[in-house]
Design a protein around this ligand. Sequence first.
Ligand code: HEM
Length: 515
Amino acid sequence: MITMARISQYLQTMSLVNSVAVVGLSFLFLLIFLKRIVLSGRKMGSTSLPTVPEVPGLPIIGNLLQLKEKKPHKTFTKWAEIYGPVYSIRTGASTVIVINSPETAKEAMVTRFSSISTRKLSNALKILTFDKCMVATSDYNEFHKMAKRYLLTNTLGSNAQRRHRNHRETMIENTTSQLHALVKEDPLRPINFRKIFESELFGLAMKQALGKNVQSIYVEELGTTLSRKEIHKVLVIDMMEGAIDVDWRDFFPYLKWIPNKSFEMSIQQKHFRRMALMNALIKEQMKRIDSGEEVNCYLDYLLSEAKTLTKEQIAMLLWETIIETADTTLVTTEWAMYQLAKDSTRQDRLYHEMEKVCGFNKVKEENFSQIRYLDAVFHETLRKHSPAPLVPLRYVHEDTQIGGYYIPAGSEIALNIYGCNMDKNHWENPEEWNPERFLDEKYDPLDLHKTMAFGAGKRACAGSLQAMLLACAAIGRLVQEFEWRLKDGEEEKVDTVGLTSQKLHPLFVILKPRN
Ligand code: HEM
């Protein structure tokens, strides 16, 4: 009986095992079948294409250790020589497709834009951009379109730039007269060019945004009065530093439940101080507006036109124009003056070409299109010293293809503008600063996109016109007024720092006024 019972139990177990096995096997076959269908479906679409080459890395952390030094654009460019213009890396849990040639970058930014129009922000940038509440970091949505329209209409479009011309002229006059005063004091003393230009540029940024070049302000939420220098630090310097702060949880989102207190406190504090200061600056200007005094500036425009925006959104959009004006144009102008001070032959050439067009008159914006060499100096500086070397990461929200490779949804895209502008297949001797390359007939003097410096497509730089007008006016006038020479030992100081390619060491020059 016992044996029979055991046999029967055995048979029952076996039949259960069999049933489970049959169900299991059927499920497995179903999975294989479904996978085949999915794959064959993909084959018809983008996945008949090869996957991108991978840069070998380590388990779990991927390529993070290889990116320790803070200039990933340079590492990416070196890898492009080994793996080609499109390759993938792993930063912890994320796969990032890095694009390094002008052709593939244009394909990504223009042709494939609809599949990669959203942003992937680091934890620091999520806080500092008030969760994408800026034109430059928002996704391509209704907010973006509305905010960009406001920005172009009041500040950055060509009509708006015409209306702001007086600010540019004042800025250039102030810069040159301060330089003249310093040279008069001591003709041989090296001058810190950045100190003067940075302050003047920041003044212009505040006038365009708020209608006033504020010298100091009491900030109630901070319980203190901030000087002009402190205002610049809170709105520009701290923000640029915070933007590249790394939270290790960016790379391992599955560990986001582990607190990273020191990181959070530092970023939240920067954000709090920036918002407190913006609120105080806005409040002060509201008093002006309430007293009936209107000024052509972004604040007045947003308050009268953008009724649906919240107080925080207005503060963020105003701050956006301040930081964007104050940083990249400084980077470009400082590098251009470094190159010209280093190269007296090219400096003389620029001077004489301006003389041919303007005689002894001060160079004006109307003259720019006739002075091809000025345009060439500007574009060559943008190419060699790409102020925005990496575009903030984009997110691939549907399968797509770039450069003949299959790019799966869920990847992130890093557009290496520096790599595009240094691509040996596109530029002869890319390491050389050679404005003459842009004198070639094939370049249209009015084209602001001779290099990839301003990006491309729907998200191309909205401030390219302003950047060109400011940088060319400054470069032109500075060379008309002075002979530039680098301070001894300055030539080797070519290292960069930060999110943009700012010179690590401020530019020190010896100036000789021209008669
Ligand atoms: C030499 C100076 C500058 C360079 C090299 C530069 C570079 C860039 C680049 C590469 C992008 C594209 C980002 C992307 O594709 O995601 C961009 C976007 C943008 N830039 Fe600039 N920029 C400069 C100056 C300025 C200035 C002066 C402003 C404004 C005051 C400005 C405002 C913007 C805005 C609003 C966007 C976002 C456009 C959009 O998303 O539709 N930029 N810039």
